[in-house]
Ligand binder design. Structure first.
Ligand SMILES: [Zn+2]
Length: 231
């Protein structure tokens, strides 16, 4: 659970930093949302999820763990080939409280190099494990021009134990433009959650996009934002 100090700090940073470098949610007028999947790739759940995303014509961002990517490189190829975005979730998913800034930054670098070598694409989005950063970790990422992506919608799929949990959460979720989902393809629920939301028509109202799609949005002229409020 996030303590009030961290929460206030996060809000302050969100207000002060450009969303292209510190993203918690996307543009509110966009009619788009972002699905992000952490901790994979997983040999069983990731392929299943990729099928579900393809069936519903959805694009997503996968924050992969370098070690897991190295074990299943063909899944990284499949994610990239399907037009999804790859992001960096450290090499070992190291526990934030037991990891120094230099260890953390080394893991980020190693994962970035591995993914870039494999895909030939620039890897610039980072999601720190548990969304936790120290000042040293944050400034290291900042200096190395990484983009930090957090989330604003967390179904807590790590607590789910049945399809009933999935549908209960999906029924309660009020979709909103710019939502950034935190899901895990290391767990069995991601594809079921997507399927459930798709059946509810969520993705007919809000297109699921990769995070890079919002970068273009952020680089557009300011008046466009101002005039789009009514959408
Ligand atoms: Zn994680």
């Amino acid at each position: 659970m996030m303590n009030p100090v961290r929460q206030a700090l996060r809000q302050l940073m969100t207000a002060c930093l450009p969303p292209s470098r510190w993203l918690v949610r996307g543009p509110k007028h966009s009619r788009q949302l972002a699905l992000t999947f952490d901790d994979g790739p997983h040999p069983e759940y990731t392929p299943r999820l990729l099928e579900t995303l393809e069936r519903w014509h959805l694009k997503a961002t996968f924050f992969v763990v370098g070690e897991a990517a190295d074990k299943h490189p063909e899944l990284i190829d499949a994610i990239a080939a399907a037009g999804h975005q790859l992001g960096n979730h450290t090499w070992t998913h190291s526990e934030p409280r037991r990891t120094t800034a230099s260890q953390f930054l080394d893991e980020i670098e190693r994962t970035k190099d591995w993914l870039q070598d494999r895909t030939g694409q620039p890897i610039h989005w980072v999601r720190p494990p548990k969304g936790e950063l120290s000042v040293g970790k944050f400034s290291g990422l900042w200096q190395q021009h990484h983009r930090i992506a957090l989330w604003n919608v967390d179904p807590k799929d790590f607590r789910m134990t049945s399809s009933a949990n999935v549908s209960a959460w999906c029924q309660r979720y009020p979709p909103a433009a710019g939502d950034v989902f935190l899901l895990h393809d290391r767990l069995p629920w991601a594809d079921e959650i997507i399927e459930n939301l798709a059946m509810r028509g969520v993705f007919a109202r809000y297109r699921a996009v990769i995070l890079d799609e919002w970068l273009m949005e952020y680089h557009r002229a300011v008046p466009q934002w101002a005039t789009s409020q009514s959408l």
